[in-house]
Ligand binder design. Structure first.
Ligand code: ADP
Ligand code: MG
Length: 738
């Protein structure tokens, strides 16, 4: 194998850096609007904003304590405590125009206030509002103290969701304002997130007074040129409007200003990160015709044109003395593993080491096995590292790694932990691959990195996440798409019902008799699998399912079990038995969700499928139909309407991208990624669902700005630099800016 270029010999020290491509934040401590934790000297006026919140007008010590519970500690926090909604009093309805379930506001005069006690401690307050023609009743349960707020003949507006009960209109727990004591009852009233003991009205008063007193102290962070070009409202005006909009149009403009700021600060951080990565040193690992031929000879099949294209893209990146930072997206079964193997072999061809991190032990073993198979004639040394290694195993492995006796290292997040603890010493690390990246939380998504030269870095994900999320989570990576699939993939998906259950199982058994294999997927509820909890409430447990299958439905077949509570050795053995064909049916939790590749498996039953997200179901389904035979999947669920709609979409659609968008729309970005540590910044106001256009604008503008002023040294950018550093400086390791 060719020797590596002398000038790039990396130093021996391996450190763990912040994950590339994720934007972890320190929760509410920072936001894209305030930099109160910045050590930079800020103008005196700005100091007013970091005063404790009890100094704000109308707050005082005891309310300050309640505000603290909402994460509002300073005057600035109160200014940026945005409303979660508005009562739109600009569009008042008459009672005769009410529609069942449609939120509105109704103005009228209070006619009657009645508190009814039920005798068991419960009570109901009814307040009758007359709009001049008809009546609307507001009802409040167990809030007797509200009684004293209402007086007959008072002018009042109710906002809420009307319901017709016994021929009369009612609103349960409506918001209310009185004509006579609100300054602007005809405008839009903010509705703030509250905490127990703090009502909407005092909150409005506190915020309004604080905006009035301190709003003018705010410095504009966005340079004039940008404000003009994007027609953004200036910060002082926007702040006052967002708390007290006159109308919807004005509100939309104010909101857009803050959304832009929030997304722009994030994109600036990512652009800065891209810039920093682009100037690091990495070992150039160019491909030659000879190396290419030697690698391709190892595969038992020809690469598809799509695979060739992506491999060449990667090879071109790796030839540079700058680190590759690339995200490879491709639907389940598109053949990403082969691409990863290609990159790793290119790396070892140069005498460098490659590390690959995968989310589960089972997957790590599978990767190691197929790599060993590919390379059984060669001298390439392959090792695995998993959490279940004994201390002596681990020590021995670390010694061999340090001695340069390992070429390919495949592991779970144990790799990242080992690196973090400073024990991993990979002298010649040239490439890091993260497989199924979407399965890693932010913390675990750490990468191995040397202090001397950075390795090339390839992230792979089978969840085709929507573009707004790609731009957020992987905003500093270049993106490759792996199209198509190596084999004509045919997966038929059915929605099972109790009537069709036995027919499905007959079909399942028929396929097994034909020599195929099958999965039965049972969800895990109450705790994650890695916690070892196979606790199931109301859902059929693994043991129940297996018992029933083994005794009745699939009596004649060899059935095995796999779940997260088993030791890694047990899991490994179960997986081996299944992939070798020794067992015919694998009953498993979602532990097999990603990466598992047993081409002979063609049938899958998914029980309680309502427990899985669409993207997850798509991953699960991707385990079958990987070989010459088509796959068949049947999903069963407890029959709720929502589930049923979701499952219809799932059965209709085989495009993972469409499903991901749908999942995103139905469950929001966080739930879709399926982990609390998903790495999305906690936006105060921006929404990845609604604000994609603003995100695109912010992204391209951020790129331009960083190109011109990478360290944000110009005075015009000082405030932006402070905000960016306060929020992302630490998590993204942004270096010296501003
Ligand atoms: P992914 O990781 O993208 O879900 P895999 O890399 O596991 O997909 O590939 C899916 C299946 O296709 C595997 O069984 C793999 O061996 C096979 N495969 C990959 N590339 C080719 C190819 N070029 N020709 C034939 N089969 C291939
Ligand atoms: Mg894979």
């Amino acid at each position: 194998m060719p020797k590596s270029p002398e000038n790039n010999s990396p130093s021996s020290h391996v450190t763990l850096t912040r994950p590339v491509g994720s934007v972890p934040c320190r929760g509410k401590v920072y936001n894209a609007f305030m930099d109160r934790n910045s050590s930079d000297p800020s103008p005196n006026d700005a100091k007013l904003l970091s005063m404790p919140v009890h100094e704000a007008p109308g707050v005082g010590r005891s309310r300050a304590q309640l505000l603290n519970k909402l994460g509002i500690d300073t005057v600035a926090d109160l200014l940026f405590h945005f409303p979660r909604d508005y009562e739109d009093l600009t569009k008042l309805s008459k009672v005769c125009q009410l529609e069942q379930g449609k939120k509105v506001s109704v103005a009228g005069t209070i006619r009657e206030v009645e508190l009814r006690e039920f005798g068991d401690g419960r009570n109901m307050l009814g307040v009758l509002l007359h709009d001049g023609v008809d009546y609307l009743r507001g009802v409040w349960f167990n809030q007797p103290f509200l009684k004293n707020r209402f007086r007959a003949d008072q002018g009042c507006i109710f906002s809420g969701v009307p319901k017709k009960r016994g021929g009369r209109w009612e609103m349960s727990h409506p918001q209310f304002v009185f004509h006579d004591d609100e300054p602007q009852p005809e405008g839009m009233l903010p509705v703030y997130p509250l905490t127990e003991g703090l009502a909407q009205r005092p909150m409005r008063v506190m915020v309004a007074a604080t905006v009035e007193r301190f709003g003018s102290v705010l410095e504009e962070a966005i340079p004039d040129g940008l404000l003009e070009r994007f027609e953004l409202m200036a910060v002082e005006e926007a702040l006052s409007v967002i708390h007290q909009p006159r109308d919807r149009e004005q509100l939309v403009r104010a909101r857009r200003r803050f959304v832009f700021q929030e997304l722009f600060i994030m994109q600036l951080a990512l652009a800065r990160r891209r810039h920093m990565l682009a100037v690091e040193n990495a070992p150039p690992l160019p491909i030659s015709a000879k190396i290419r031929a030697r690698i391709l000879r190892l595969f038992p099949f020809d690469l598809t044109p799509f695979q060739v294209e992506v491999c060449e893209e990667i090879a071109a990146d790796m030839a540079m003395d700058r680190p590759m930072n690339r995200l490879l997206q491709g639907d389940v079964g598109s053949g990403k593993t082969v691409v990863a193997a290609f990159a790793m072999l290119l790396c070892v061809a140069h005498g460098y080491q490659a590390a690959m991190m995968a989310p589960t032990e089972v997957l790590v073993r599978q990767h190691a096995r197929s790599l060993r198979q590919l390379l059984h004639h060669s001298t390439v040394r392959i090792e695995t590292m998993i959490g279940a290694d004994t201390p002596s195993q681990r020590d021995a492995l670390l010694k061999r790694i340090a001695a340069g006796e390992v070429d390919l290292l495949v592991g779970t997040q144990a790799l990242a932990h080992a690196a973090e603890s400073g024990k991993m010493d990979m002298q010649r690390l040239g490439l890091v691959i993260i497989d199924e990246q979407h399965k890693f939380g932010v913390r675990q998504r750490a990468l191995l990195k040397q202090t001397g030269a950075a390795p090339h870095y390839l992230v792979m994900t089978a969840t085709p996440i929507p573009r707004t999320m790609t731009m957020t989570l992987f905003g500093d990576l270049s993106v490759s798409q792996l199209q198509g699939a190596p084999t004509q993939r045919r997966i038929h998906t059915y929605k099972g019902t109790s009537e069709t259950r036995s027919r499905w199982w007959e079909f399942f058994a028929k396929k097994l008799r034909e020599g195929r294999q099958g999965y039965v997927i049972v969800p895990v509820v109450g705790g994650s699998e890695t916690d070892g909890a196979v606790v199931v409430d109301g859902v059929r447990s693994l043991e129940e399912v297996i018992e029933e299958l083994a005794c009745q439905t699939l009596e004649e077949f060899r059935i095995d079990l796999m779940h997260g509570r088993m030791t890694s050795r047990e899991k490994d053995e179960a997986m081996l038995r299944f992939s070798s064909g020794e067992t015919q049916v694998l009953v498993a939790t979602s532990i097999v969700e990603v990466g598992i590749d047993v081409p002979n498996a063609t049938v899958m039953t998914i029980e309680s499928s309502d427990r899985f997200g669409l993207a997850q179901l798509h991953q699960l389904r991707g385990r079958v139909g990987r070989g010459a035979h088509p796959g068949y999947v049947c999903v069963f669920s407890d029959d709720s309407v929502v589930t049923s709609e979701r499952l219809d979409i799932f059965c209709r659609t085989s495009d993972g991208f469409v499903l991901a968008e749908e999942d995103f729309r139905l469950r929001g970005p966080g739930a879709m990624l399926g982990t609390k540590q998903h790495g999305l910044p906690p936006f105060r106001i921006a929404s990845l669902l609604d604000d994609h256009q603003t995100l695109e604008e912010a992204r391209s503008e951020a790129e331009t700005l960083i190109q011109g002023d990478p360290d944000l040294k110009s005075t015009e950018h000082a405030k932006l630099a402070r905000l960016m550093k306060a929020q992302y400086g630490e998590s993204l390791d942004l270096g010296d800016v501003g």
